[in-house]
Design a protein around this ligand. Structure first.
Ligand code: 5RP
Length: 225
């Protein structure tokens, strides 16, 4: 299968997962990106099952709305049964780098509220160690220069994402060159820099299930207990 075919296959596998695991009327969190968009399209036949969805970006909100899936304000609920989203990189331990599409902060918020995080990814996203994909860091605009200096002290080479503002009105620094041997520790460390809203490491709350594309089909990987 090509990369696009793998994205389509994992999106359909995630819709099948929703059909099997989401209780009727249950609440679903929905991610952002090209793989998540295919997942949203695959949700059409399941509309009646979904009690409500929380979107991780304005783009996803618009797609869910167009499909007629009821949107729910995260402040109005306690927990979501499932969250389905893509990733830029994912390790065998199911730690991820996310934020290639710039929606990392809302994605992390929604993921945190979910009982089960299902990651959907084509084979190119599976890596033994995070760090080849530049780490996105969402930053309050007035702090961008200061945060960039701190990230350089951690060994990174931060580059402002051009012509891009997040849904929250902030900027993104894409950081190359980080050695991410301990993703949980680095996630915590970067989030402590004043001015950082969040960073794209999803290790403290990684995925629970990975639906991974391959040349021959979709493989299901569950996080080790
Ligand atoms: C958006 C994300 C996406 O999940 C990630 O960038 C993967 O996107 P795609 O499915 O288009 O490869 O984190 O902020």
């Amino acid at each position: 299968m090509t990369q696009d075919e793998q994205k389509q296959a994992v999106a359909q596998a995630a819709a099948d997962y929703v059909a099997r695991h989401l209780p009727v009327g249950g609440l679903l969190g929905v991610g952002t990106g090209s793989t998540a968009n295919l997942f949203i399209a695959a949700l059409a036949p399941l509309k009646a099952r979904i009690g409500g969805a929380v979107a991780s970006s304005e783009a996803t909100r618009a797609r869910l709305e167009a499909l007629g899936i009821p949107l729910v304000d995260l402040n109005a609920i306690e927990r979501l049964a499932l969250y389905v989203d893509g990733a830029d990189e994912i390790t065998p331990q199911l730690a991820m780098t996310k934020g290639g599409g710039g929606a990392l902060t809302r994605e992390k918020i929604v993921a945190q509220a979910a009982d089960t995080f299902v990651c959907i990814a084509d084979a190119s996203k599976a890596v033994p160690m995070l760090g080849k994909f530049p780490l996105p860091v969402e930053v309050i605009p007035m702090a961008a220069g200061q945060v960039a200096r701190q990230l350089a002290l951690l060994g990174g080479k931060p580059k402002p994402r051009t012509d891009f503002t997040t849904d929250n009105g902030n900027v993104i620094l894409d950081v190359c060159g980080l050695v991410i041997e301990n993703p949980q520790m680095l996630e915590t460390r970067i989030n402590q820099i004043p001015g950082v809203v969040t960073n794209g490491l999803f290790a403290l709350r990684g995925a629970d299930v990975l639906l991974l594309g391959s040349e021959t089909g979709v493989r299901t990987v569950a996080r080790a207990p």
